[in-house]
Design a protein around this ligand. Structure first.
Ligand code: 3PG
Length: 214
């Protein structure tokens, strides 16, 4: 039985949001992040190398929990099911995407940013949602406000989250984890500086652990 998105995200101090341009970077990048304590990886379908990168990570980095990001339609959802992605993330949601998630059984983290979007997803049975784009939509204060009328919903905020504002997000009661690209900067990936990426991942892992200990 596949893990639910809640079970997957609860294992993630931070979810790295990755845009992989060169398929040869996929495995060393995933290994560097796992070495720094970040096992749950979101590889976005925004580059030509994305699909093969996901396949290679699934095959060669068994400690990673490998998901696809920027999954925006049924066709992509079906393809992610075929290649056995552990989960899928979308910046939003549509009827077609939700139907494909149900049909394929791939755990989906659908995106929402407003009360109406959240209510629509609750109607479809989703109570763990991506809050996107987090900073641009009001960030921590918006999540606090949404937690009043909609306390049953748990969010993974993504978009503008970094080490600088991580503490404010982690302190919220309606957060399961956060997503962000800061743990895998493009220049470090391009340079193959895997040690730097492990260091950034470990820094995020340690910070979240310290914040959760209080
Ligand atoms: C994205 O989809 O690009 C993510 O939200 C990552 O945002 P970030 O680059 O601001 O972390």
């Amino acid at each position: 039985m596949a893990l639910s998105s809640r079970e997957i995200l609860s294992q993630a101090p931070v979810v790295p949001v990755l845009v992989i341009e060169d398929v040869n970077d996929a495995v060393p990048l995933a290994k560097a992040l796992v070495a720094g304590g970040l096992r749950v990886l979101e590889i976005t379908l925004r580059s030509a190398a994305a699909e093969e990168s996901i396949q290679r990570i699934i095959a060669e980095v068994p400690d990673a929990i490998t998901g696809a990001g920027t999954v925006i339609n049924a066709r992509q959802m079906e393809r992610m099911a075929e290649i056995k992605c552990a989960f899928a993330v979308s910046p939003g949601h549509s009827a077609g995407l939700l139907a494909a998630a149900k049909e394929t059984g791939v755990p989906l983290l659908p995106g929402a940013g407003t009360a109406s979007e959240i209510m629509n997803l609750l109607d479809h049975g989703y109570d763990v949602l991506k809050f996107f784009p987090a900073e641009q939509q009001g960030g921590v204060s918006m999540l606090k406000a949404l937690g009043g009328p909609l306390p049953q919903v748990t969010f993974c905020p993504t978009g503008g989250v970094s080490l600088a504002n991580l503490a404010d997000y982690i302190a919220l009661p309606n957060i399961i984890t956060v997503g962000g690209s800061w743990v895998a900067p493009k220049d470090a990936v391009k340079a193959g500086d895997w040690a730097k990426i492990t260091k950034l991942a470990q820094e995020a892992t340690d910070k979240v652990a310290a914040l959760r200990r209080g």
